[in-house]
Write a protein that binds this ligand. Structure first.
Ligand SMILES: Nc1ncnc2c1ncn2[C@@H]1O[C@H](COP(=O)(O)OP(=O)(O)OP(=O)(O)O)[C@@H](O)[C@H]1O
Length: 221
């Protein structure tokens, strides 16, 4: 589960994104994260990915209180989270294969398994023929698929996805959602930020709305 107790989130330049928010998200949830542009959705996801600490309040991620946690605990916890960044953040000097394999290698997974799982997801994503090239020569949609593959390859317990369908065509969006549903069926909590109302209508799920520095929850519509 994820829990926020009285969490405020600011940038040092006085940008305030959350103000004293309480929130509980049970393990295995699937929800959309919505809200106007610039309201703080990406920053909220980065906080859940332990890249940014709350300014005040208590943050619990995957049942682990993070505020006083040791560095080693946070490192292990982070390995159980997958994230798709809005701007992909692929590593430019690693090939497509090595970008996707990275979370497994960070977990010291044996190389046979790394090869098998990475080849399987490369095939599933239709990226086998691109596996030896570097990200900068990929199209936007290909980069997004690499970013998604990297986020899910280690079967995370929490998947954070920041507008993960923007660069995909309709067929790929459907396949991606099927993949996310499969992961969710395995118990993975999924939070997906989007501005795309028709996507939400097509794939109904409860909504977390970030507005006026508060997070409001609502049922699927
Ligand atoms: N590193 C930073 N330092 C200071 N302010 C920042 C930083 N990163 C983002 N911001 C500010 O924080 C606010 C929230 O940004 P964020 O990217 O989280 O919003 P968002 O809701 O994801 O936006 P969008 O829907 O347009 O992607 C914005 O006003 C942005 O300018």
């Amino acid at each position: 589960m994820i829990q926020l107790d009285g969490v405020s989130l600011n940038y040092k330049n006085d940008v305030s994104l959350l103000d004293n928010v309480d929130l509980y998200i049970p393990q295995g949830s699937f929800c959309w994260l919505t809200g106007p542009s610039g309201v703080g959705k990406s920053t909220f996801l980065r906080m859940l990915h332990l890249e940014k600490q709350p300014s005040t309040g208590l943050l619990t991620v995957l049942d682990t209180p993070t505020n006083q946690a040791r560095r080693s605990t946070l490192c292990r916890l982070k390995q159980r989270i997958g994230i798709v960044y809005q701007d992909f953040k692929l590593i430019p000097n690693l090939t497509v294969f090595d970008n996707i394999a990275l979370p497994l290698r960070l977990q010291n997974t044996d190389e046979d398994t790394v090869q098998r799982w990475t080849n399987r997801i490369l095939g599933w994503m239709g990226l086998e023929h691109k596996q030896h090239i570097y990200p900068k020569t990929l199209s936007g949609g290909e980069q997004q698929r690499v970013a998604i593959a990297r986020a899910v390859i280690h079967r995370p317990d929490l998947l954070l996805a920041d507008e993960p369908t923007n660069a995909l065509d309709e067929h790929q969006v459907k396949r991606l959602m099927d993949l996310f549903y499969d992961l969710n069926d395995l118990g993975c909590t999924i939070i997906m930020a989007t501005h795309n109302d028709s996507l939400i209508r097509q794939f109904p799920a409860p909504r977390l709305k970030l507005e006026n520095r508060q997070l409001w929850t609502s049922d699927a519509v």
